[in-house]
Design a binder for this molecule. Structure first.
Ligand SMILES: *Cc1c(COP(=O)(O)O)cnc(C)c1O
Length: 240
């Protein structure tokens, strides 16, 4: 199937999940995860009307960016403009480049990274939206801040005037059965609800991938991150 047909099918499935969960469709954004897919796939999605993209690596996106930058240029497009979010781990030596390239950093998981992003955003004269990635899984391969450290990080980020924390993100352990992810989604939502009383801008929950997005929508997802079901299988050998 074409990327346009895949997008249409996912939108239908998101709509069905929203109806089932009794939530407005407008509350759930679809992020197309384009990592390890060529930039032409992103152009094809854009031509089909898609605007929100997630990329995992600063370097990979920097290579795609010259082709993509015009799509988010208000001088050359009508709104809504293309938006690019970083959804992979960020190393501190890439923070300046990341602040420059991305509209949002969805994987902030330390004060050091937040401070460096704040300095970079100040130099760019912009306010950078972000999500805090929380590690709820015990797998070593997963990133994020331990939930017990979240209040301290949020309180420190609130002092950084060029950053704006808009929500939480997590990646549960992968499992063929989407129900395995549900308790992780519920925990993240509880954390968000607690912290939102102190930080009213903390509205977003980035949860749900190709295999478990319907469950994530039931548990309050405001952004599902979908790669395979839109762009097809990734070629692992292309991973740098
Ligand atoms: C790759 C990736 C996705 C998309 O995964 P699919 O299973 O291909 O939909 C979503 N979120 C993150 C953080 C990812 O790294």
């Amino acid at each position: 199937m074409s990327i346009a047909a895949n997008l249409a099918q996912i939108h239908d499935q998101i709509a069905a999940a929203c109806r089932h969960a009794n939530r407005p469709i407008a509350d759930v954004a679809l992020m197309a995860v384009s990592k390890l897919h060529p930039v032409d796939c992103m152009l094809e999605a854009h031509a089909a009307g898609h605007r929100l993209f997630g990329e995992n690596r600063v370097q990979e996106f920097a290579e795609k960016f010259p082709t993509l930058a015009p799509l988010s240029d208000p001088a050359r497009n009508d709104p809504p403009y293309a938006q690019y979010h970083l959804i992979g781990p960020l190393q501190s030596n890439k923070t300046a480049r990341a602040a420059e390239l991305f509209h949002s950093i969805d994987t902030v998981d330390s004060l050091k990274i937040a401070q460096r992003l704040n300095t970079a955003a100040a130099a760019l004269n912009k306010k950078l939206p972000l999500l805090i990635e929380v590690k709820l899984s015990h797998e070593d391969s997963k990133h994020g801040i331990p939930p017990e450290d979240l209040p301290a990080l949020l309180s420190a980020v609130a002092e950084l005037s060029h950053l704006e924390a808009l929500g939480l993100m997590t990646v549960p352990p992968w499992d063929l059965d989407p129900e395995t992810a549900r308790p992780y989604f519920q925990t993240l939502r509880r954390l968000r609800d607690q912290q939102q009383r102190l930080y009213p801008t903390l509205t977003q929950l980035s949860i749900g991938m190709s295999n478990d997005f319907a469950v994530a929508i039931e548990e309050g997802s405001t952004c599902v991150r979908i790669g395979t079901a839109i762009f097809g299988k990734r070629v692992p050998s292309a991973q740098p």
